[in-house]
Design a protein around this ligand. Structure first.
Ligand SMILES: O=C(O)c1ccccc1NCC(=O)[C@H](O)[C@H](O)COP(=O)(O)O
Length: 250
């Protein structure tokens, strides 16, 4: 069982435990995100993971066609796509994941509240190249075991941290790809200073992805100077997809 949770997080995790299994035989190989990030950096491009998100508990709302959006992100130079599949609050779906992963040739991350191996099976079956694991909702043992399970498919999971305690756990269990989410899961507030402090504490052999509230090329440049390796951007790109080109090249 996941960590003790209450409020909307508990409801979302309870819902995750009831999601149906989707069995499908996958044909395409798993694309690797970390080497791709290194390649972008060598070519002086900003590694952007563009997120497809329609709704969120902080009031975000934008309806777009998942395929048109994803192709635009790929054409604009996005490193990867993040697809929210959580259905009870974010109105995401496994169908979006499947459609997107069969429409683009860049890595696809399944962004959900993953608490079981079955959800990782589904991500793999539907064509995802990796999954998000949120440290805050799992015990250390569960996180470690789900990281290993993801790796058994060749997928290096994005281990998300929100505070120092999360970060200590992520580093202890040997996460190689760490997402620093500046949005608090309870208050939903974005605190970029706190995220920056976490970024500075992560060793250089760990790939660091900044998540939430990123809106400008200037901010991306600043975060790169501070040691960030990649950027996961949802709202800003969903509202103005044309920004992808500037974000990648700023
Ligand atoms: O987006 C939310 O409001 C949200 C609230 C609580 C938990 C997770 C949430 N979103 C998932 C994400 O992590 C973000 O969608 C992602 O980091 C992109 O953020 P943004 O660019 O600010 O849309």
């Amino acid at each position: 069982m996941p960590r003790y949770l209450d409020g909307w997080l508990k409801r979302v995790v309870d819902n995750a435990l009831k999601r149906p299994y989707v069995s499908k035989s996958r044909e395409k190989p798993v694309l690797q995100i970390i080497p791709r990030i290194e390649e972008y950096k060598k070519n002086e491009l900003n590694p952007i993971i563009a997120e497809f998100k329609r709704r969120s508990p902080s009031g975000f709302s934008e309806d777009r066609d998942p395929i048109t959006y994803s192709k635009q992100m790929e054409k604009g130079g996005a490193l990867a796509l993040s697809v929210i599949t959580e259905d009870s609050v974010f109105q995401g779906s496994y169908t979006f994941l499947e459609k997107i992963s069969t429409s683009v040739n860049i890595p696809v991350l399944m962004k959900d509240f993953v608490v079981t191996e079955r959800q990782i099976d589904v991500a793999y079956n539907l064509g995802a190249d990796t999954v998000l694991l949120i440290t805050r909702i799992l015990t250390e043992r569960e996180l470690s075991s789900l990281v290993e399970y993801s790796r058994s498919y060749g997928m290096e999971p994005l281990v998300e941290v929100h505070d120092e305690n999360d970060l200590a756990i992520a580093l202890r269990i040997g996460a190689k790809l760490v997402g620093i989410n500046s949005r608090d899961l309870v208050t939903l507030e974005v605190n970029k200073e706190k995220a920056l402090k976490l970024l500075e504490r992560i060793p250089s052999n760990v790939t660091k992805v900044m998540e939430s509230g990123i809106e400008s090329g200037e901010e991306i440049r600043y975060l790169r100077e501070k040691g960030a390796d990649a950027f996961l951007i949802g709202s800003s790109l969903m509202k103005e997809p044309d920004k992808i080109k500037d974000f990648v090249r700023s």
